[in-house]
Design a protein around this ligand. Structure first.
Ligand code: F6P
Length: 563
């Protein structure tokens, strides 16, 4: 196993210093996108990039030719290329968990079998063995050959998981809805019993398949939800007379209506799920990087093998692009480094992702785990403290809804928010109303917003509209609010795969620059531990006495009000 190099302190490098000086000079001279556009007719072509399905316009970012050069110098100095190659080779770059990182292997074609040995096993062969098993299973369910305990075909799927075992599949399921050809899926994640109670409403247990998705198969939320689903299914089947009380019929019902996705196949069997109906993955896939593994089983059921393979091909194309494109033309590296530019030199803390496509309404939620669980760290991969700000705060909503909610702050607030705008030339629902193509109306908004943010509106322009002088300041837009525009031909499985892999790799590059392990998530552990200790205190006085004063007071409120 190759030794993983210690992270360098990027803030102590001459490349960082050069960027700091450059930033100071830009600030002193004044940043004006309007002037930069006027002075350089080549600005747009120079900052336009293409991947197989996507067109990127980075020209409305606060960067000059010099900025781009210096950012890429820093990218090289931080060792991004070397670490990328280590990740693509499946090395143990998840240092704090001593795990290989090889999610790029999930989408490698069969022709790569035999090439990547990870932890002593032919990883791509393993991937395709599970894919083939999933495709065969999905065929049986989709064709109606797979029957529930009463002999009926499956019409609905309930996928239970949380975090990486939920957010990716939900986001993709929503994004690809126009392509659905199989059972409808519902997703349960929250341990709040209201979640599962609402999700099983109206479902017929005889035609419902439950997928329990958990990498570890120990996650409290998922295992509790799985138990509730089992209780619901058996109760409903008994109530309708479909099931008697015999242990054999109960086991049969579980076997026909429950399948699992996990790396922990022993615990799957303990739960009562037939290991034959379990789909595995590997410790080298982080939860938030697992949506294109067996974790996406619900997607294969809903959309079929061909669509899932298109999704994988989209991921893989972006992987190859990121690997093979020189940094100067590599939009993945550039977007990541521009994020570092804003985060560390402008000290902009948040980053909006604004898809102009309603089907991407869960994209920001998905990205929040990907980016913030990966890069919200204060120590580097060797345990030393970071010396600069890390993880950006990602958030967003689909346009145009966001325009009528928080865009006011983005346009005129005191806290600039760099934003990625995502749109597609074609829509799944081309509708014309009174001679107006509604998609064009929508795209007009996408284009208008980035233009307004970049170029603003001066006091003279406002005055020229006859605005009373005292209102002029309130109606000015200073501009220079940075955006990246990502334009695709249409939202389909391949494009979506590219888009997801784009953000996976952007997250990776930022993590390398900051020297952190983007693949662990120790920050979620303390809350889990404390929840175990505190839950008994809700009803047990001895446990209550061991709590702090604030927790005791909150529990006191609970005890007085729980009916
Ligand atoms: O709590 C965080 C986390 O560990 C995530 O990283 C992971 O995606 C999620 O929980 C679910 O874990 P599992 O798939 O093991 O149930």
């Amino acid at each position: 196993m190759a030794k993983i190099a210690a992270p360098i302190d990027v803030t102590a490098t001459p490349e960082w210093k050069a960027l700091q000086d450059h930033h100071d000079a830009l600030m002193a001279g004044g940043i004006s996108l309007k002037d930069w556009f006027a002075a350089d007719p080549e600005r747009v072509p120079k900052l336009t990039f293409k991947t197989p399905d996507l067109h990127f316009d980075l020209s409305k970012n606060l960067v000059t030719d010099e900025t781009v050069k210096l950012l890429l110098d820093l990218c090289r100095a931080a060792g991004v290329e070397e670490r990328r190659d280590a990740m693509y080779a499946g090395e143990h770059i998840n240092t704090t968990e001593d795990r290989a990182v090889f999610h790029t292997g999930l989408r490698r074609p069969k022709s790569d079998i035999g090439t990547y040995i990870v932890d002593g096993s032919d990883a791509v062969a393993d991937v395709h063995e599970v894919l083939d098993k999933m495709f065969a299973f999905a065929d049986r369910v989709r064709s109606g050959e797979w029957k529930g305990v009463t002999g009926k075909a499956i019409e609905n799927v309930v996928s239970i998981g949380i975090g990486g075992s939920d957010l990716g599949p939900v986001m993709i399921y929503e994004a690809l809805k126009p392509f659905r050809t199989g059972p409808a899926c519902r997703f349960v994640s929250n341990i709040d019993p209201n979640d599962i109670a609402e999700k099983v409403k109206g479902l017929d247990p005889e035609t419902t398949l439950v997928i329990v998705v958990s990498k570890t198969f120990t996650t409290l939320e998922t295992i509790t939800n799985a138990k509730m689903a089992r209780w619901w299914l058996l109760r409903e089947l008994r109530a309708s007379g479909a099931l008697d009380d015999s242990a054999e019929r109960e086991a049969e019902a579980i076997a026909k209506h429950f399948v699992a996705v996990s790396t922990n196949l022993d615990l799957v069997a303990d739960f009562g799920i037939d290991p034959e109906n379990a789909f595995g993955f590997w410790s080298w896939v982080g939860g938030r990087y697992s949506t294109d593994s067996a974790v996406g089983l619900a997607l294969i059921l809903a959309y079929g093998q061909e669509r899932f393979e298109e999704l994988l091909a989209g991921f893989h194309d972006m992987d190859l692009y990121f690997q093979d494109t020189p940094l100067e033309q590599n939009v993945v590296a550039l977007m990541a480094m521009i994020n570092v530019w804003y985060n560390n030199f402008f000290e902009y803390e948040t980053h909006a992702v604004l898809p102009y496509n309603q089907y991407l309404h869960r994209f920001a939620a998905y990205l929040q785990q990907l980016t913030m669980e990966s890069n919200g760290k204060s120590v580097r991969w060797d345990g030393s403290p970071v010396t600069c700000g890390t993880g950006e705060i990602f958030w967003g909503e689909p346009g145009t809804n966001g325009q009528h909610a928080f865009y006011q702050l983005i346009h005129q607030g005191t806290k600039p928010v760099p934003a990625d705008f995502i749109a597609f030339a074609n829509t799944a629902n081309a509708i014309e109303v009174e001679g107006q193509d509604v998609h064009e109306l929508f795209l007009g908004n996408f284009l208008a917003q980035t233009k307004a943010l970049a170029f603003g509106k001066t006091a003279d322009e406002v005055r020229a509209e006859g605005t009373p002088e005292w209102i002029v300041p309130a109606r000015c837009f200073e501009g220079n609010r940075p955006t990246t525009s990502i334009f695709g031909t249409e939202l389909n499985p391949h494009t979506l795969g590219e888009l997801i892999a784009l953000y996976e790799h952007i997250t990776f590059v930022e993590g390398v620059v900051w020297g952190i392990d983007s693949f662990d998530q120790w920050g979620v552990e303390l809350g889990k531990q404390l929840a175990k200790q505190i839950t008994p205190a809700l009803h047990d006085d001895e446990a209550l006495a061991a709590q702090d004063a604030s927790t005791q007071a909150l529990i006191d409120f609970y005890r007085r009000n729980r009916t």
